[in-house]
Design a protein around this ligand. Structure first.
Ligand code: ATP
Ligand code: MG
Length: 546
């Protein structure tokens, strides 16, 4: 990947280092283990790990496991796999917010003792009502003035499971009239009963909120710059308030940048979960999702994703990134490195009448048009070959470059042919096209004649049956994330399956590569179904922007 682009966060860090505010840089990536990572996370990963690398510092991986109801070991495993696949290394072992629960609890006690936190017994609904709105100030809870002693007693009761969930919570004592709603006595601890917490062995019945645990975890880990997305801008004031009021020496600073939004995609984990539950996609790693594992299955490389993240840059500007921009990153990369091969997705038979019955011709061609280092391959020409059904038209049509009954076309790397007649079945479907070839046109064009186009082909004898999955966009609108009823905008044809043929040379190219199918697009082998007898491919991206 190219060097990390300059951005406003780098400028802040440069200044901090210059002023000796810090001698080193330490960042963290704090995913909630409630789903798989997506391309938005990739942006944040590239930033946090990229900054650490750029300044010779560290980046921690910290699982923000403060909501045991949504966490799963599967997510913890997949998150680590995806970060490694992207090519990043976290510092030492992964960390968990739950590692610090004991400490965080002590800080809560500290706040109560400083008369800066209280146990509230209002219901969730009442708390919401008392909080007010952007235009209406809040009002104090009747429990706000309980004594420190009473609060310590009630908090202990919460910890011991003597309150049911929702019956009590710990709140910071700040200001119910604050213009920032997050500062209106935010909740610091809530009660969650969960039979089995995989990470904390069911020890805790109370859990710190994101706001309370995040700044403390950052401080414990010695994080210098806590980077997050813009929706936490107001929370920064609470972040600073907490670190000021508890007794800690390390007080990291939070900086925000805009979230990645990608056209035609859903990135919210909660909504992806709905797509899975409704069986609209198969799983988190469905190739139609912009999850890291989905993109990997689709054939995207780690470097193309990193390049994409680097190119979109880090700003405070909210914008919806064009899906075609992501596509252009992988297309550009594969254009340089993908071996070429010919495949016909929807075959129609061509019989070359004047070609000798048993003749075979070997034609040596490059694997890449511009890179001879990628070697050469042989293709075989026979009397019977296949072209794509869409490359033939019964009617002459000047607009379309394809084979018709009156025009001459070139078969890629082979001869110029002309169609003479077609054969149809009972239902009027074309089953074969009869052609004549000009034997003097191998490698050169006939004199004074215009060749309409060059078509790709495979021969009957030297091709293998294959299945091709063509993925289209999952949504019919650019920004489904903004729609409450996003499920009404699903593209019902987001997978098109074609049964066709591929040049049998494919079996000689090492497995696990991406290929360019000439004139069609970039494809990769569907790994799950990989089996040399039955070739299955996923289309990564078509050749040109549609
Ligand atoms: P989601 O809404 O997708 O569930 P989240 O913010 O709840 O996202 P977390 O696992 O809590 O997901 O996020 C871990 C980190 O990744 C956070 O720092 C968060 O800001 C960042 N992140 C999440 N989504 C995006 C995005 N679309 N663009 C950039 N960063 C993101
Ligand atoms: Mg979250």
């Amino acid at each position: 990947m190219k060097k990390m682009q300059n951005n406003f966060i780098k400028k802040i860090i440069d200044k901090d280092l210059k002023n000796k505010k810090y001698l080193f840089v330490r960042t963290r990536f704090p995913p909630e283990p409630n789903g798989y990572l997506h391309i938005g996370h990739a942006k944040t990963i590239c930033l946090n790990f990229g900054i650490a690398k750029n300044y010779n510092g560290y980046c921690n991986l910290r699982f923000d496991d403060t909501n045991p109801k949504k966490e799963k070991i599967e997510f913890i495993t997949s998150i680590q796999k995806d970060i490694k696949w992207l090519g990043f290394k976290w510092h030492k072992e992964p960390r968990y917010t739950s590692n610090y629960f004991e400490k965080i609890y002590e800080y809560a006690i500290q706040l109560i003792k400083k008369n800066l936190a209280y146990v509230d017994l209002l219901t969730k609904k009442q708390i919401q009502e008392y909080r007010g709105t952007l235009t209406k100030t809040g009002k104090d809870s009747p429990y706000k003035n309980n004594t420190i002693k009473k609060n310590l007693y009630l908090f202990k009761k919460m910890k011991d499971g003597l309150f049911l969930p929702g019956k009590a919570c710990l709140r910071a004592k700040i200001d119910m009239n604050s213009s920032r709603i997050v500062m209106r006595d935010p909740v610091l601890y809530r009660i969650i009963f969960k039979k089995k917490n995989q990470l904390t062995s069911n020890k805790w019945l109370i859990y710190p909120t994101y706001d309370f645990s995040h700044c403390i975890s950052d401080s414990i880990e010695g994080i210098t710059h806590s980077l997050c997305t813009l929706e936490f801008s107001d929370n920064k004031f609470l972040y600073d308030w907490i670190l000021k009021k508890i007794n800690v020496s390390n007080k990291p600073k939070q900086y925000e940048f805009s979230r990645l939004q990608l056209e035609y995609s859903i990135l919210s984990k909660r909504k992806i979960q709905i797509l899975i539950e409704k069986k609209i996609v198969k799983n988190w790693n469905d190739p139609r999702l912009a999850t890291i594992s989905g993109l990997r299955n689709r054939g995207y490389t780690a470097s193309s994703i990193k390049n994409f993240c680097n190119k979109i840059g880090i700003t405070k500007q909210e914008s919806l990134i064009e899906f075609s921009f992501l596509e252009s990153c992988i297309r550009k990369e594969l254009n340089d490195i993908a071996p070429r091969i010919m495949a016909v997705l929807d075959p129609i038979k061509i019989i070359i009448e004047n070609y000798p019955d048993n003749k075979t011709e070997k034609i040596r061609i490059p694997n890449h048009p511009k890179n001879p280092k990628m070697g050469f391959r042989e293709i075989f020409f026979f009397k019977e070959i296949y072209i794509d059904r869409s490359d033939f038209s019964e009617r002459e049509d000047k607009k379309y470059k394809r084979l018709t009954l009156n025009t001459k076309i070139r078969l890629r790397y082979a001869y110029v042919i002309q169609a003479t007649k077609i054969k149809k079945d009972k239902n009027n479907n074309i089953i074969s096209i009869y052609c004549k070839y000009d034997k003097n046109t191998l490698g050169r064009n006939p004199k004074n004649e215009k060749i309409k186009c060059i078509l790709h082909w495979v021969s009957k004898k030297k091709s293998l049956k294959s299945k091709f999955f063509l993925y289209e966009k999952l949504f019919t609108i650019k920004n489904p994330e903004l729609k409450k009823d996003f499920l009404s905008y699903i593209n019902k044809n987001s997978i098109i399956v074609k049964n066709g043929l591929i040049d049998s040379y494919i079996s000689k190219i090492p497995y696990n590569k991406n290929y360019q199918f000439e004139r069609i697009g970039y494809f990769c082998i569907e790994k799950k179904n990989y089996n040399k007898k039955k070739w299955i491919f996923n289309r990564i991206v078509s050749l040109r922007k549609k």
